[in-house]
Design a protein around this ligand. Structure first.
Ligand SMILES: [Zn+2]
Length: 290
């Protein structure tokens, strides 16, 4: 039987190998509801008990529940193809490395904006990466958002309002518009909503044409902001607890308007990924308790 602490070790190895990298290929021999898309960035690896979850930038979550002998391992890609292909249940490939899952009893995927948790779900919003996206419809949905206390950072990931904005672009978009991440959505006027949606559409279309842009804030915690030389910070925010990077010195529009629910305040030391930092903090806490 594989002890739980081994699961934590394999989660740590997976974090080092995968987090912040673009996925080059994905394969599984199980049928899953949603398939992770090539080109999306892997954002977090979470482990609880015998479960391990991989989270992509677009909010897709792959959940694997291990049998006693199950595990995730990291290989150099060429090595993996030779040694483990037959038994692999999931293979996630990034540049030079493959993360492989063996012996899982359950493999499932869902979007972290889960319709089952939102039973009054309306129809999906427009996909902003498409040239014919209906930007006005998107603006109207923001202005009439059902929960007026929701933060703009949460609303940008709500698939009923708009689709295509993953977490990287959410952070970049808020920075571009100088918006505080937990500005209340209802405090934004029509022009501000229009500006957000227009810039989002431009960013997503530039991305689809493979225009490489260096992020202003995403992954830049501890560095100085290119606009104001303030400090780029990181925290976790929203019902899905996604990682959020922002400049606390110049992103101040509508600051203090929301009740800031679901905010996990923490500043990760520079050079350490926030997911890794949370993992290490949790580990230290569990040792203290033990
Ligand atoms: Zn700044």
């Amino acid at each position: 039987m594989l002890p739980i602490y081994k699961m934590q070790h394999s989660a740590a190895a997976l974090r080092t190998a995968l987090i912040g990298r673009k996925m080059l290929s994905f394969a599984t021999n199980n049928s899953i509801a949603l398939t992770p898309q090539v080109g999306q960035t892997i954002e977090e690896v979470r482990s609880f008990g015998r479960q391990l979850e991989v989270v992509w930038d677009d909010g897709l979550v792959l959940n694997t529940r291990m049998k006693f002998t199950g595990s995730w391992r990291v290989y150099r890609s060429a090595e993996q193809r030779k040694s483990s292909a037959a038994r692999a249940q999931v293979v996630i490939e990034v540049a030079g490395l493959s993360a492989v899952c063996f012996g899982a009893s359950v493999i499932e995927s869902h979007h972290d904006f889960d319709p089952r948790r939102h039973p009054i779900l309306g129809r999906l919003g427009t996909d902003l990466s498409q040239v014919d996206a209906d930007l006005d419809e998107c603006v109207s949905r923001m202005l009439s958002y059902e929960d007026s206390d929701a933060t703009i950072a949460e609303v940008l990931l709500d698939q009923r309002v708009m689709r295509g904005v993953g977490n990287v672009y959410r952070c970049e978009l808020l920075w571009a518009c100088e918006l505080h991440p937990w500005a209340k959505v209802s405090s934004l006027n029509r022009d501000e909503c229009r500006e957000l949606v227009t810039i989002a559409a431009e960013m997503l279309r530039a991305n689809s044409q493979q225009v490489a842009v260096d992020p202003a804030v995403y992954g830049k915690h501890g560095k100085s902001c290119s606009r104001c030389h303030g400090l780029v910070r990181v925290t976790h925010h929203g019902e899905a607890n996604r990682v959020l990077y922002w400049c606390s010195d110049c992103q101040i529009r509508h600051a203090g308007t929301s009740s800031s629910r679901y905010v996990t305040e923490h500043d990760t030391p520079p050079g350490v990924h926030p997911a890794e930092y949370i993992y290490l903090s949790e580990l230290a806490r569990s040792r203290d308790l033990g």
